[in-house]
Each structure stands twice: as C-alpha cells, then as structure tokens.
Design a binder for this molecule. Structure first.
Ligand code: NAD
Length: 547
C-alpha cells in the first residue's frame, strides 16, 4: 500500500472534524471532489440558511434548557460558523442558553456534560511550565483571553474546574455580540483546587481534588501565568472572570497598569449599570447628581459600580467625597458604616458616618435611595416591604436585581412591577419575560455586562491598546445609554434591544478605540476612519470557498 493510499480519506475527515473549517452538508459538489469528501456526506448539498433552520428547529424541540445548551455546544465543537450564524441571528432566544442563566447549570453539571476541552486547563501542578502549556494551544494569534479560577461562578460560589463553562460562554459572546474572530479567543481555567467539598468528593469531578491554593503560592502561579501570556500571546487582552473578590481586587490593582487586562465583574458590570442609570434619567428626569444609590452586596460588582458612578458624578461636578457619599453599601453584616471594624479594603471608600442598620428595609427607610441595586447573589432579598418602601419614596423607583443566574435574582420582574403598581424601572442580570399588569406590558432590561465587555474588547483589539482603563468603561456606558431608543424606554426597558447587540458593540468599540488613540495607549497609528477599522475586525459567520 502506498503512502498516498494510506493517507486517502484523512484530508476529508480532518476537514469535517475541524470546527473552524467544517461546513457539513454545505460543502459544494466541487469541494467534495477536490477535498476528498465525496461519500463522507449525504448527497444533498444544503445552504447555510437551511442548516440554520434545522438547528433552530432542533433546539426548540429539546426538552430542557440544559439539553439546548449541550446541543449548541456540541454544534460549536463541530461547526463554529453554523453555531455563530444561528446564535447571532437569534440572540434574544439563544443568549440565555449559551450564557446566563443556563451556563450556570452547565457549570454545575460540567463533569457530566464535558465532551471536548474548549480551552486550556492550567493547574497549580503546572508551576514552571505555564508558557509551554500556552504554546499547546493550536492558534497563535490569540487576542482575547478569559481566565477564571472558578472561585465565584456567577452567584453559585466555588465551582472549581467546573467554572470552565464561564470563559467558554463569555468568549462565545465576544464573538456573537461583537464579532471577535473565534480563532483569536482563548478560554482558560486556572485550576488551583476548590473548597467545595461536595465537588471534591464527587468521583466524576474533573479538577484538582485539593484545597484552594492561597497566599504567596497562589500569587506566584498567577504571576507566572500573566508573564507567560505576555510572552506567548503578546497581543492578547486578558480578562479576569469570576474570581473570588479578595483575589479579584488585588489582581486588578496589581496588573491593570502593567498589562492589557481588566476584570469584567468589577469594571464591565459597572459599565452596564451606569448605562442603565443614565437611561433611567430619561424616564425619571433629574440629574445623576440628584440621585442616591443603595447597593445590596458589597463585592466586586457593587464596589465596581460605585467606583464608576463616582467617576460619572465627578465628571458632572461633584467632589470625589460628595460623589462617594451618594453610594451606600449593605453587605452580609448590614450597612457599611465608618464605625465597623470588619470591612475589607474595597469597601472602605463607601463606609460613611451612619448609625448601624440591622437590615435592608431599615437602610432603605433611613437613606431614602432613588435606586436599589442588588449584587449579592441572595435570591428573594428584595422583599415586598422593601420594594414597596422604594415605591413610597420614589415616583419611579429604580430596582435593579442584577445577581445571576435567575435563581439568584434579588426579586423577579413580576414582583418588582406588582409591588410598585407598575412604576418600577426594573433591570435584572438574567432575563425575565415581559410582564403585563393591568393591561400594560412591561419589558424589563437585561442589566448584564454582555452589553459592554464585547464592545470594549473589540475596541481594545482593533486599536491594539496596551491597557484597558476605567475611562473606557465610562465612555462605553455613555455610548450604550445613547443607543437606547424612546420606544425601548416607553416599554420600560433601559437597555437597547438585544437583537441590536452587534451594532451596539461596534459603536462601543469605536469610542473605546478612539479613546485608546487619544490617550496614546494604542500600538498602531490612528487611522482616518476608526469605525472602518472596527468593522474590519468584525468576524462574519459565512462559509468560505475552499476551491
Ligand atoms: P462578590 O462575592 O464579590 O460579592 C457578593 C457580596 O454580596 C459581598 O459583599 C457579600 O457580603 C454580599 N452578601 C452575601 N450575602 C449577603 C447577605 N445575605 N446580605 C447582604 N449582602 C450579602 O460577588 P460579585 O462579583 O459582586 O457578584 C455578586 C452577584 O452579582 C452575583 O450573583 C453575580 O452573578 C452578580 N453579577 C452580575 C453581573 C451582571 O452583569 N448582571 C455582573 C457581575 C456580577
């Protein structure tokens, strides 16, 4: 047998098994002959559109959201073009499947549904060889990395290596929402163990069965990882995702002025929330400087949002001190006040002079906030008396229940509208369906950072920015708010229609890239047309011709 005969069949099969090149039944007659595919596919050649409607019909026939998720992920592993075409054309329906809330369940069942690694697993056993592991990734021009250590997955807590679903999902959104080329995206799980005993005791658990690495050893591993990323993928932006808050704040402080990095839980959430507040002003009237914000939850999201609100208030003329005094935090020990001795460093700027408040209701009554923002991961924390108090204090109370997934939301859309007699301006981290009360249909907004991070990432990539700054999230928030239409607001929604997410991300990318040029953070000369530069970087899921 000749070598040629030995190899016969490999080219065609390899193509069908390469998700980035596979077209399935859409390989044309000519391609089938030229690429050794004849016979490996059923005879009929179908179009991408026909494949899309088949996929959609299959998705809709699945019994559960998790079944839909596993079906879509296996499609992504088989045919990325088809996956992204279907998702992009059906964002409203499919985003809750490939990301929150379903991705939370997928992480909880990760060991069971794991089929193929879709990213890199780097563990604490890999000290000294992290760069080599990065080099095992088959793509060499990586521009966007999402890394987690799995300690705070959504509001679900420590899921260890099962948290890999989050970087995978997040990068799918970078592509689906902003058109970042999937070949330039790399999901990474930094497995440092887990303190989740149930997971560790599960014989099917796929991660390291040890306590979480802490202290200097943890920092050394992260340092080696960040340095290795600079060496192997020097043009990549590194997004930290779903780290526990002590590490998240420390790592952001340590690296944000040194490498191209950001933390989406801290900065991206802030961008989307500030944008929702700006849009709300178009309904409530008044200025941002007139408002008072009460946060339930004082972690990455809560403090990150406060920090960006302060920037916005200072831009409108308040002193930094006065701006901070507009932001109040409640954590698991009550109102964050100056006389408390148990406060983590990130809460200190928002510890004000005030008597202790035993609970959230007392804090609402005492502080009379205009906005109540839930970022605690505590379901049902916004009780009827609390929401009713907000309604008594405000003509149009702002109730943002941002905790994910849906099971962790501080209240539901239905509760917010019912308890305020339809006056609430409501947004949530995971989507709720429209709710009709007394003949009026209320469409709540999805206050999810997916409105912001894809565009910021695209702007950073397009301008070859060396750093990701807080100011980028500030301009992103303003831009996002400017894209909310009067029709969106009339239905009660403070975010643009999700179906417009590609346009929205493109516009955010443009302002972010412009800012990178203005602040001399870009590694390329400023082109005359920045919008065109951004468009050039936007991947379109269409089949290429191979002959
Ligand atoms: P985190 O762990 O950093 O902070 C959680 C905070 O909640 C802590 O301050 C903690 O003290 C507080 N908390 C916990 N239990 C409490 C209780 N019983 N009463 C009062 N406060 C309590 O987590 P994070 O990153 O800030 O995320 C918090 C939640 O926000 C999660 O559910 C996450 O999914 C959600 N989130 C949503 C978005 C979005 O885009 N919508 C983005 C980031 C985070």
């Amino acid at each position: 047998m000749t070598i040629a005969t030995d190899l016969q069949g490999e080219q065609g099969v390899a193509l069908l098994h390469d998700p980035l090149r596979n077209k399935g039944t859409s390989f044309t007659e000519v391609e089938r002959d030229a690429l050794g595919l004849r016979g490996l596919l059923p005879p009929k050649v179908t179009t991408l559109e026909q494949q899309c409607s088949k996929v959609l019909s299959n998705v809709r026939h699945k019994a559960s959201d998790l079944d839909k998720y596993t079906y879509l992920i296996s499609l992504q592993e088989r045919n990325a073009t088809l996956f992204y075409r279907v998702v992009m054309d059906n964002m409203f329906e499919l985003m809750p499947i490939i990301y929150t809330p379903t991705v939370g369940l997928a992480c909880q069942r990760y060991a069971l549904i794991f089929r193929r690694p879709q990213g890199l697993f780097i563990s604490s056993n890999d000290r000294g060889r992290v760069a080599d592991l990065l080099r095992n990734w088959p793509q060499h021009d990586v521009r966007m990395i999402v890394v987690t250590d799995g300690e705070r997955i959504l509001g679900l807590g420590d899921l260890g290596a099962c948290g890999m679903g989050i970087p995978v999902g997040k990068l799918s959104l970078y592509t689906a929402c902003a058109g970042i080329d999937p070949t330039k995206c790399l999901p990474i799980m930094l497995d440092v163990g887990t303190n989740n005993k149930t997971l560790r005791d599960d014989p099917l658990y796929l991660g390291l069965g040890q306590d979480r690495l802490r202290g200097p050893k943890y920092d050394e591993l992260v340092e080696e990882f960040v340095t290795a990323v600079q060496e192997v993928f020097p043009k990549a932006c590194l997004q930290f995702e779903d780290f526990g808050n002590t590490n998240a704040f420390r790592m952001l402080r340590k690296y944000q002025d040194r490498v191209c990095t950001f933390n989406d839980d801290i900065q991206g959430t802030a961008g989307v929330t500030l944008s929702g507040l700006y849009s709300s002003l178009r309904i409530t009237g008044g200025k941002l400087t007139d408002k008072k914000f009460l946060f339930f939850g004082a972690g990455e999201a809560g403090v990150g949002i406060c920090n960006l609100i302060v920037r916005a208030l200072v831009a409108e003329g308040l002193t930094e001190q006065a701006a901070r005094e507009r932001c109040w935090l409640v954590d698991s020990h009550g109102l964050v006040t100056k006389n408390r001795t148990d406060l983590a460093e990130h809460k200190l700027p928002y510890a004000h002079d005030h008597a202790p408040m035993p609970d959230l209701l007392a804090a609402v009554e005492a502080l009379k906030p205009t906005a109540l923002i839930g970022v605690s991961g505590q379901p049902a924390a916004f009780t009827e008396p609390i929401v009713k108090a907000m309604a008594r204090l405000n003509k149009r109370p702002l109730i943002f229940a941002l905790s994910n997934p849906t099971s962790k939301a501080e209240c539901t859309a239905e509760q917010a509208y019912t308890w305020t007699d339809g006056r609430a301006i409501f947004a949530s981290g995971s989507p709720f369906p429209p709710f009709t009360l007394k003949g009026v249909t209320h469409v709540s907004g999805q206050g999810n950072n997916s409105y912001v991070f894809p565009g910021v990432g695209l702007g950073v990539i397009a301008s070859h920015a060396r750093r990701v700054t807080d100011e980028m999230f500030f301009v992103a928030a303003k831009t996002l708010a400017s894209l909310v239409t009067e029709a969106d607001l009339a239905s009660g929604c403070v975010y643009p229609d999700l179906q417009r997410i590609r346009e929205v991300s493109g516009k955010i990318a443009e302002v972010v890239a412009n800012l990178a040029f203005e602040r001399k953070l870009a590694d390329i000369p400023r082109p005359r047309d920045v919008a065109a530069l951004v468009r050039e970087h936007m991947y379109e899921p269409v089949y290429k011709s191979y002959v």
